[in-house]
Design a protein around this ligand. Sequence first.
Ligand code: ARG
Length: 584
Amino acid sequence: MSNPIVREIARVAGRRLGVPEADVLKIITTPPSDELGDYALPCFAFAQRQKRPPHEVARELAEALREAEHVVKAEAAGPYVNVTVDRAALLRFIVGAILEQGERYGGGDEGRGRTIVIDYSSPNIARPFSIAHLRSTALGNALKRLFRHLGYRVVGVNHLGDWGTQFGALIAAYKRWGSRERVERENVYELFRLYVKFHEEAEKDPKLEEEARLWFKKLEEGDQEALELWRWFVELSWRAFRRYYELLGVEFEEVRGESAYRDRTGPLIEELLKKGIARESEGAVIIPFDDEGDKGEGEGEGMPPLLLRKRDGTTLYATRDLAAALYHYETYRFYKKLYVVGAEQSLHFKQLFKALERMGHEWARDLVHVAFGMVLFEDKKMSTRKGRVIFLEEVVRKATQRTREIIESIAKTADLTPEEKDRVAQDVGVSAVLYSQLSRSRTQDIHFRWEEVLNFEGKSGPYVQYTHARMAGVLRRAGVSTSTPPQPDEVDYGVLTHPHEVALAKKLELFPQKVRQAVEEYDPFPVAEYLADLAAAANKFYDTCRVLGEEPAVERARLALVRATKTVLKTGLELLGLKAPERM
Ligand code: ARG
């Protein structure tokens, strides 16, 4: 919380206790109920420092705070001081700041001069886009926007899975059962079918695995036929992915698949061998982690070695990730590099980071695995190998269709043209799907259920969007120009005394700290959750307090509150990568 009134409270309290204002600011909270006051100061820490009983410190502080500007009441309650402030002044500060800052509200420039590289989405070529990659896409895209809001330069990287033994399998499968025509027609779905068939057949006939390995080896050695087929698969897949990204409104600053590092892995392995960081083991090359250096340190101990090169000379996912990290550091001198990848790859990233540390790169500690839980679709776990996957395309189509049916039944949208309705249905449907991926803290599993995802009343994307559109509608009907906010002295915030008005304004005040929390935790969830709470507060206010047609001073003040609410809802939605339609 930071407005001139809290800062004044912190200043006065800090001076009285001889502690820095910032330290007091950090501990100021809100009392359990509004009647007790607007702010509360727990005195335990100060009391401990001064070796005095907390309630004594609280009494002393209460007395001092009564003299502070805008404070109307300050009372000790045991070890706490509850402070009631001049509500009109408080609302003027909160709402005024939002109206003045507009979409910059909640932002800042603490990230200036720092570059964050975010590796997200990163689907695998020749596979349909799955729900697991959707979660990475939604998280990474939101994190990108949140970091940018705080002034960071962000480079979004799509580390496409376009290299590896699976291409050996795909080529082998295509050579056996594929048809060019069918691949052209059905694209990733057909490539995926071939891949699944390959694994089914390989269970019966182990010779197939050998065949696949040989094809990948050829690919790594630059065999003409292998390369041509591979290139064709990549182009086809990328065409399909591009369409999904367009639909989701997601962009990348850098699309650089694993294959981009294939020429770097050879020299890298040589260097690691020369430096004694890697060693040969039964014909393969590994980085062992359980040797001397790590003993007792705990961390590397017991961690399996990182395999860099197989006996047949081919490289691995990890080898290319090592090269990619080096490339990104060379290119961007990043402040942090985030890998938005499922928790099941935790060991991989631990090994990767450890290997870079062994190489003596201090920046290895600036690498973060932003791990996330699974997405269970109507309670079933997905498995790519078994072909049990839900495709993004299908999910988005269904979401759009169902949203169209819902908005058709909402009377308010009756005056929209069919094209406008389609547009809204798509914006809302896509956002609903994206929001569903952000509606749990990232380490938790998500149970994707249609009733929840498209619920216009629960904690959902459509609910937040609907509330935003509602606020937009009020402003539209009031004929308020949306470009120029009212001047601060045109509004008398003293008339906003209803508890729902005060509660809404206080919610608005929390936005900047939620943005920071999200960035600190590498998780958009606090913002997603907050937006649903804010929407609830906004609806409570709007359902009890009439805006239009009240006496002018009240109408003006309420319109200012509506406008501030709309601004924060819109900014928040956009930071999450969602659309904020003006009408729906
Ligand atoms: N393509 C990988 C997968 O689908 C994810 C890649 C994540 N990024 C990375 N640098 N490893 O599992």
